[in-house]
Write a protein that binds this ligand. Structure first.
Ligand code: WTA
Length: 654
């Protein structure tokens, strides 16, 4: 773990209070916030027990709230049973069967409205189809789909029968898919003939076939949704079309009443080794915080139309698309295509067309759209929007101000939500009717979240603007339960310091004079490219798996739109490639990494040298590589390096 780098501290003096109009209608008003905080401070378990009773429907009510007898393997509501899909769908049917659950738009402009009743019927039919193929409680099912309603239906159907889903982002390659299937020992794969993005077909089935032919011996069945309609191969006995699988299936399916702690899903995410971690979430605890945050942070009310632009392949697409907003009976928007198709006005056109009232996206998308100027948003009527959110990385104040003025017309609060795949739901965030916001700060912990910044010894840092480790001191309901199949790595990764007492988030942060949190960056070798986590080791392992490569080191470089971009320093077999050879090798290696991991992992810049800068003890000087990657002047002394000459090569000077 590298030590904490203190960024230059900019003081932000602009403060944006929620408008009186917003605050008056908000679910959580200042007095509610104070009451929640007081309750959580005074009676932590009682606080969560009360929320869990109020906000969820239980089959068997729980009597025990937190079980910390085997810390840090915390458990919640252990003697209760419930069903996530029942909580997301069935309980709305008595009063809201005809309310729209999902408004879907494809890239070509095709739309579909699905009511809660229809969602119920389709989820049940698909759940019955899964059962007919032998899927039972606890089985792992991998979902590799485009952003279409069937992706949510598949997730909800798994939840309904107690199967554990693992959604793999459609942009990941065949090899990444195979590794995730193998790690989870999944018995079924649900995919589509293809998706559409940026006018191109995403060849999901082709990638799936490639994955299945190179491993995945646990897979017994593949269900394929017809979406793109182009020709694909189907394997007899293994593959069946979605439409055939659901044909004749009943539109009711009794939910499997699972234990609160039974896993709902796995979601693989990057860490500081080459191997992604299967983050394991529970059923009840996860759903509880999905609900509390959708209500408190997104202030979801009866007539809201909530559009979270995240793909279901990421945690944001789980908590703020597939589960949380449905559990609160909200209408959501799902969009299959790219934000630039046909032009940079697509999001804003969709806001107008579907009267989106709550809009949640990533800073990288805001920066990318901002570059096209105000003319695109100004073409559309954005007056339906009342609340904006961001997630995935720190938002720079300039992008925040653009979002605030050009999209929110200075009327709408912005919730900058800090959280992680592991936390399951928002942790640090403004409450839109309560918290005054500052551009670039995720402000304060939610009620019930005991977040702190500590030094190397685990002591709370009280001085303003002093960086430290971001930790969460008490367990919370939606925290990860473990890393699938690797309990030891769970402890080593999240509870390695401070006597194993605090959850270590892996981010560094500081607090300003008002106690507001500012995220400074990762403390491990994890990159944040366009809001997506990627381990430097993952990219390095992919590079060295190429026969031409002997050694590789990967670092991040600040990028205007993506936040960070990937720079790879590569040592090849034989002579260092130069000129045309180097260009060819760059193309080959970029495509190679794309095949190994996915297009998001392709390095933006690849440089060749005869060696990597190492200390005499053989340690790669990553900080020096970051300086070189950023094109900054090297101020540290490089004469102690084992091989000083390579520095000039890596800088492109020799
Ligand atoms: C970063 C995404 C600053 C952070 C939900 C975290 C953020 C990692 C923010 C988790 C934010 C997420 N401000 N940084 N509002 N939100 N991050 O697991 O480094 O894909 O640890 O979850 O993204 O990424 P993950």
């Amino acid at each position: 773990m590298s030590d904490i780098e203190i960024n230059s501290v900019l003081t932000e003096n602009r403060l944006f209070e929620p408008s009186a109009e917003f605050a008056a209608k908000a679910r959580i008003k200042p007095e509610d916030y104070q009451a929640l905080k007081k309750k959580a401070d005074e009676d932590y378990e009682g606080f969560w027990a009360e929320q869990a009773k109020q906000l969820m429907d239980w089959h068997t009510p729980f009597t025990r709230t937190l079980d910390d007898s085997n810390a840090p393997y915390f458990k919640w509501f252990t003697d209760g049973s419930m069903n996530v899909s029942y909580n997301c769908i069935d309980r709305h049917l008595a009063e809201n069967a005809n309310k729209t659950a999902i408004i879907f738009e494809g890239e070509a402009g095709d739309t579909r409205h699905i009511s809660y009743q229809q969602l119920h019927d389709e989820v049940c039919q698909f759940a019955n189809a899964l059962k007919a193929k032998g899927i039972k409680k606890g089985d792992r099912v991998v979902i590799y789909m485009p952003m279409v309603p069937e992706a949510v239906i598949a997730m909800q159907a798994c939840a309904r029968i107690g199967a554990i889903h693992s959604v793999v982002f459609g942009g990941f390659s065949a090899d990444s898919l195979r590794d995730r299937i193998d790690d989870a020992r999944a018995v079924m794969l649900i995919t589509a003939d293809g998706g559409t993005r940026g006018g191109k077909v995403v060849e999901l089935k082709e990638a799936a076939d490639k994955a299945l032919s190179s491993g995945c011996d646990s897979i017994e069945n593949v269900i394929v949704l017809k979406r793109s309609g182009h020709d694909i191969a189907m394997q007899d006995g293994r593959d069946s079309w979605w439409s055939d699988a659901v044909a004749g299936q009943d539109t009711t399916c009794e939910p499997e009443w699972v234990n609160a702690e039974d896993p709902l899903f796995l979601l693989y995410t990057s860490g500081s080794t080459g191997k992604p971690k299967g983050i394991q979430h529970s059923s009840a605890g996860y759903l509880l915080n999905a609900i509390t945050t959708n209500l408190w942070v997104f202030d979801l009310q009866d007539d809201d139309i909530f559009w979270c632009t995240a793909d279901v392949g990421w945690i944001t697409g789980h908590t703020y698309v597939a589960y949380g907003p449905l559990a609160t009976g909200t209408t959501i928007v799902m969009y299959e295509g790219g934000p630039m198709t046909p032009d940079a006005g697509r999001f804003w056109k969709m806001v107008e067309d579907h009267k989106v009232s709550v809009f949640y996206t990533a800073p990288t998308a805001i920066r990318a759209l901002m570059k096209f100027g105000d003319e695109y948003p100004n073409k559309y009527d954005l007056s339906s929007i009342r609340l904006l959110g961001t997630v995935g990385e720190p938002i720079n104040p300039e992008a925040w101000m653009w979002y605030h003025t050009v999209i929110g017309k200075e009327r709408c609060p912005i919730v900058d939500t800090w959280w992680q795949t592991e936390t399951g739901a928002n942790v640090l965030t403004p409450l839109p009717g309560v918290t005054a916001t500052k551009p670039g700060s995720c402000t304060l912990p939610l009620p019930g979240m005991d977040v702190d910044i500590v030094n190397e010894d685990g002591e709370s840092i009280t001085e303003a603007n002093t960086g430290g480790y971001l930790v969460i001191k008490k367990p919370w309901p939606s925290m990860l339960r473990t890393i699938w199949g690797d309990d030891e790595r769970y402890v080593d990764t999240y509870y390695p310091k401070f006597g194993g007492k605090y959850y270590l988030a892996g981010d560094s942060a500081r607090r300003d004079e008002d106690g507001y949190f500012w995220i400074m960056g990762r403390i491990d070798d994890v990159l944040n490219v366009s809001g997506h986590r990627l381990g430097t080791m993952e990219v390095e392992s992919a590079l060295v798996a190429n026969d031409a490569v002997v050694e590789a080191a990967v670092v991040g470089r600040p990028h205007e739109v993506k936040g960070e971009s990937i720079v790879a320093f590569v040592i090849c077999q034989g002579e260092r490639p130069v000129g045309e050879d180097a260009e060819k090798m760059v193309t080959e290696l970029r495509n190679w990494v794309g095949d190994q991991i996915g297009a998001i992992a392709k390095p933006d810049d690849i440089r060749f040298a005869d060696g990597l800068p190492k200390t005499r003890s053989g340690k790669i000087m990553r900080r020096l590589l970051r300086t070189i990657a950023a094109g900054e002047e090297i101020t540290s002394d490089t004469s102690t390096l084992e091989n000083e000459a390579v520095v000039a090569q890596l800088q492109g000077k020799a």
